[in-house]
Design a protein. Structure first.
Length: 220
């Protein structure tokens, strides 16, 4: 891949969304089940809200998904308990190799393009200490719809001042990989779960098991 900049998805790519599991232990004996259902409904609600034209930012979507997940699993969670779980989203841990990967890519502009609300992204980036390694942090809030809408991916070239063909898009989410490739980005799929390819007639340009090998794959 010959690219002049990189766009990274945030949740599930740079940040481990399931690092909220520890926060869930105070509410349930199976915090992994809560985390998994919470994440699934979070994504589902982004797609449904975009299709319905009823945008709410990712913080509101994430809280709605949490309420659903708790009710579905029979977990008693009042406003205070939900607030503690939501705050955990502001302190998500980066995957272990992220800091070293970004350091190895120094000199190549790197940015985030995420469904996250601006406040959520700012907090996560600050908590992980990634701010100096990023040229920009771009939220879908600017267009009031969520990925994989093409209007979202178009924010990257507009912000970085480069054609889409010159920007590599990196995601750990198969559906996001398909959306970015359909838009026209060269795409790297970080397939941590060794998942099968989404059957949408679209393949990534590069598939990696994690982000550690990305600099070498780009000749860095």
């Amino acid at each position: 891949m010959q690219v002049r900049a990189l766009l990274f998805d945030a949740y599930g790519t740079l940040f481990d969304v399931h690092s909220v599991v520890e926060a869930g232990r105070a509410l349930t004996d199976d915090p992994q089940a809560l985390s998994s259902l919470w994440r699934a409904k979070q994504l589902e609600y982004t797609w449904l809200r975009t299709l319905m034209g009823r945008y709410e930012d990712f913080w509101a979507v994430t809280e709605a998904a949490l309420v659903f997940a708790c009710r579905r699993l029979g977990i008693a969670a009042g406003p205070a308990e939900r607030a503690r779980l939501m705050e955990a989203y502001l302190r998500l841990e980066p995957f272990p190799e992220v800091r070293g990967m970004l350091a190895a890519l120094r000199g190549l502009p790197c940015a985030i393009l995420s469904n996250g609300a601006p406040r959520m992204l700012e907090a996560a980036v600050a908590h992980a200490g990634l701010g100096e390694a990023l040229a920009a942090v771009i939220s879908v809030d600017a267009v009031r719809m969520f990925k994989p809408a093409p209007q979202v991916y178009a924010l990257g070239p507009a912000r970085l001042g480069l054609p889409k063909e010159a920007i590599g898009f990196v995601s750990g989410n198969g559906w996001d990989v398909a959306g970015a490739r359909a838009y026209g980005f060269p795409v790297v799929w970080v397939n941590r779960q060794r998942a099968p390819l989404e059957q949408l007639g679209i393949t990534p340009d590069l598939e990696l098991p994690d982000l550690a090998g990305l600099p070498r794959a780009l000749g860095r």
